[in-house]
Ligand binder design. Structure first.
Ligand SMILES: *Cc1c(COP(=O)(O)O)cnc(C)c1O
Length: 404
């Protein structure tokens, strides 16, 4: 069992009030809150050893470099990558996907096919459309069903020896669906295609093992896992990272530079041009340490309890419809009240101190599929409680009364 009272004390922001009411933070799918343990690491960095890394001989630079590389090792262990140089530190999921998409510009040929799913975040759609424009490759889409699950039979039919790459999210940020990525990866490999998994929404809930998954690329952002914004990672199999060209040119990513010819640094530095988010990288490692100390099994169990309770209570409200009803889902509940715009519900909830997301959640194709402008999305983390869900229920009932 989780000691929720103790855990909640780790998060200073959970003590604050919003519009005179205790904050109920249910926008975890957009970004998670930061525990004091991670805030302390950030303060310590700027207070005691702020310096540029990998280049100074002086003590501060050495200390910063050691801590930065230690964080990379923490991330490697967490995801069970074979080598620490297979972990590329980036600005986040979006940058990681753009890095891979940009690299595939030199690999894909006209008429090659790449496959996306209907459940994606825009950051796992748009970079690939840009890649198709550049290369003449063709984008195919795995359709979804009413429950918000992928149509796996259609996926099998889409695969062929023309397929070069498949990219899907591990968990949908808009609906909470857990996708069968093991099967997706296996079937893609059977036709010789590589697979990129967008893990931004999965990593707060599960601990992926990239070697067991045999995935080619796995990407995530630190800010959804109790870390800071503007930092994340790209895991890539060594053979793929060796094959892909550098993403950006600049300092740190080179071996030798002359005006005639420049040679590139080895992994991971080949993909890490310029001064990185040093403090962010170190705090990313601290965030994983924090969550691992609690334990992902316990986190998942507790969040599933919150999901079951929240689903049951919300469905008691007449005229409320939940989008995303897969049996395989995490603690994300997208819903609408009949005849009421999600934005209005969200605005009233905010007046009651309850933070939810409203809109298309950067996943417009899903909203188009359901023929709705958007949803109200309540997403729970391990520091939320059933009492907070009760407050949400009261809030939604009040909003319904005021708006209908
Ligand atoms: C949050 C999220 C992203 C984007 O992450 P950034 O940190 O904004 O780059 C991509 N995909 C999914 C599934 C997400 O939940």
């Amino acid at each position: 069992m989780l000691d929720i009272n103790k855990i909640r004390k780790d998060f200073p922001i959970l003590q604050r009030k919003v519009n005179g009411k205790p904050l109920v933070y249910f926008d975890n799918a957009a970004t998670s809150q930061t525990p004091q343990q991670v805030i302390d690491v950030i303060v310590d960095y700027y207070s005691n050893y702020n310096a540029n890394i990998h280049r100074g001989v002086h003590t501060l630079s050495q200390e910063a470099t050691d801590k930065y590389e230690a964080a990379r090792n923490t991330i490697q262990k967490h995801f069970n990558a074979k080598h620490s140089y297979e972990i590329i530190l980036t600005a986040g999921t979006t940058e990681s996907i753009n890095l891979v998409a940009s690299g595939f510009a030199s690999i894909l040929k006209k008429e090659d096919e790449i496959i996306v799913s209907a459940l994606e975040h825009h950051s796992n759609i748009v970079p690939w459309q840009m890649l198709c424009e550049k290369t003449g490759a063709i984008l195919k889409v795995i359709p979804m069903n009413q429950e918000g699950e992928l149509e796996m039979d259609s996926y099998t039919e889409l695969l062929s020896d023309k397929t070069k790459l498949v990219f899907v999210n591990h968990i949908s940020n808009a609906l909470g669906t857990i996708n069968p990525i093991e099967l997706i990866i296996e079937q893609a490999h059977n036709v010789g295609a590589a697979v990129l998994i967008d893990g931004a929404q999965a990593c707060p809930h599960v601990k992926p093992d990239v070697q067991a998954l045999d995935v080619d690329f796995y990407v995530t952002s630190a800010h959804k896992i109790c870390g800071p914004t503007g930092v994340g990672m790209l895991y890539g199999k060594e053979e793929w990272l060796t094959k892909l060209p550098p993403y950006q040119g600049g300092g740190e990513m080179i071996d030798q530079v002359s005006f005639e010819k420049t040679t590139y640094a080895g992994l991971p530095h080949k993909f890490e041009a310029g001064t990185p988010n040093i403090c962010g990288g170190i705090a990313f490692g601290a965030a994983l340490d924090y969550m691992n100390a609690i334990g992902f099994d316990k986190i998942a169990n507790y969040e599933n309890e919150l999901l079951a309770y929240g689903t049951k209570r919300l469905l008691e409200i007449e005229g409320l419809k939940i989008y995303g009803t897969s049996k395989n889902k995490t603690s994300v509940i997208s819903f609408n009240l009949q005849g009421i715009h999600p934005y209005d519900v969200g605005t009233l909830l905010d007046k009651m101190g309850i933070a939810v997301r409203t809109g298309h959640h950067c996943a417009q194709p899903i909203m188009t599929f359901y023929n709705i402008p958007g949803t109200v999305r309540a997403s729970f983390a391990f520091y939320n409680t059933k009492e907070e869900i009760d407050a949400l229920i009261e809030g939604v009932k009040k909003a319904k009364m005021m708006l209908s």
